[in-house]
Design a protein around this ligand. Structure first.
Ligand SMILES: Cc1ncc(COP(=O)(O)O)c(C=O)c1O
Length: 413
């Protein structure tokens, strides 16, 4: 994606607009598979939550990825994007009966169970439908990943997965139920993990659990999921997890169990491939700080407010002699937490300037909202020298869809 394209897109579609680089997504998919496939049999299931735009999903499906979903809404999207039910796995701690029923009806490849109570619901629904559900058990291997506390998912006492000592009893109960086949064990350690060590430890623990599950007589395992979480560099000198290091860390699990590994990357595949285009509305000085106010806010890109995440900001399309200055880049929303960058050196951030916020392809649009009654941004895909709108900017009418000034009252004496 070059500046002339970005300038043309902003001119035609307006701002704020997310722009995704299809070529870079292809490149990253190839790099990941290139690192994994020579070391062990593997299947990539893209974590839809990272960027669930239909065009992005269809692109990844075309490359051979499956879909890792966490809601009925993501199941709907994945199916619309052309994923076959057998290419879909379903994770998440709070699946509703409706969501489970939809997954069983499809039927998707596997539902990853995260509690005994959820297993009971799946067994009941499968029994009612006269089905044998293909299930995975998500294990909490109790591995701390050095990432933001809000993106760690595998520490003791967390809501995710099943504690290690409860996996075998559940696997046995499921296997004996007549309504479930335990096809996988799974883990997901967290997101934005930049070293291989936690994956190595998690893989070792999972290998032990596989041994115990098999020793207990459950012999239906067909794959092990090692989750997603591969970290990317948001700044030039940031560490990132090389897919080769990741592959080395988890390879012993495939060797020890003789099973193919499922990998569920989201951020790695799409994060670096997206920018958020925004225009500078105003600039002001206050308390010794230079504040650049843009037409994108925390409703468009939540990560800085939620995780104090860093995203690089740069001027698109000059002028070439624009002087870099240290500024805060903030949105128009009525929250002090509404910032996109703090203390960042940005050139030419004057009224009307077009800025690109980098690393915005993952957990950008998909975490966006209409807070402050702001229409959600447009999404555009660039593919070589062409580009196209993949999601139109919302209209004002979209803001009030389903709302009425006078509710249809129901009497409940
Ligand atoms: C079960 C599961 N798999 C995969 C992912 C993708 O993580 P990432 O985008 O860091 O690769 C997530 C993210 O939360 C997840 O919950």
């Amino acid at each position: 994606m070059h500046d002339r394209q970005l300038t043309a897109i902003a001119g035609a579609v307006g701002t704020p607009t997310y722009v995704y680089d299809a070529a870079l997504i292809r490149e990253r998919y190839a790099a990941l598979v290139g690192a994994l496939a020579p070391r062990f049999p593997c299947q990539v299931f893209y974590a839809v939550k990272a960027n669930s735009n239909l065009a992005v999903l269809a692109l990844l499906r075309g490359l051979g990825a499956g879909a890792d979903i966490v809601s009925g809404g993501e199941l709907f999207r994945a199916r619309r994007a052309g994923f076959a039910p057998g290419q879909i796995v379903f994770s998440g701690v709070g699946k509703t009966d409706d969501e489970l029923a939809a997954a069983l009806e499809a039927p998707i490849r596997q539902i990853n169970l995260e509690s005994e109570a959820e297993a009971d619901r799946v067994l009941a629904l499968a029994a009612r439908a006269g089905q044998v559900a293909a299930v995975g058990i998500r294990v909490n291997p109790e591995v701390r990943a050095e990432t933001h506390p809000y993106t760690r998912t595998a520490e003791k006492g967390m809501k995710f997965g099943l504690p290690l000592d409860r996996v075998v009893p559940l696997a046995v109960r499921l296997a004996r139920s007549g309504h479930a086949r335990v096809t996988a064990l799974a883990m997901h350690l967290g997101s934005q993990i930049v070293t291989g060590a936690p994956f190595r430890t998690g893989a070792e623990r999972l290998a032990d659990v596989v041994t115990s599950v098999r020793a207990a007589g459950v012999d239906t395992l067909a794959a092990i999921s090692v989750g997603g979480g591969l970290g990317i560099a948001y700044a030039a000198d940031d560490p990132a997890l090389d897919p080769g290091e990741f592959a080395e860390a988890v390879a012993p699990l495939a060797a020890a169990t003789g099973l193919p590994l499922i990998v569920e990357p989201g951020r790695y595949l799409v994060g670096p491939a997206g920018v958020l285009l925004t225009r500078v509305l105003y600039r002001k000085h206050a308390g010794g700080r230079d504040i650049v106010i843009t037409d994108a806010g925390m409703n468009d890109l939540l990560r800085p407010a939620l995780y104090q995440a860093h995203h690089p900001v740069r001027l698109v399309g000059g002028p070439d002699d624009a002087r870099a200055e240290v500024v805060d880049v903030v949105g128009p929303i009525c929250e002090s937490g509404d910032f996109l960058a703090r203390d960042q050196s940005v050139a030419g951030a004057e009224r009307g300037a077009l800025l690109a916020i980098g690393g915005a392809g993952a957990y950008g649009f998909s975490m966006s909202s209409q807070y402050n009654s702001r229409r959600r941004a447009a999404e555009v895909v660039v593919d070589g020298d062409r580009w196209g709108v993949a999601r139109a900017r919302e209209q004002l009418e979209d803001l009030i869809q389903g709302e009425v000034t006078e509710p249809r009252w129901v009497s409940q004496p």
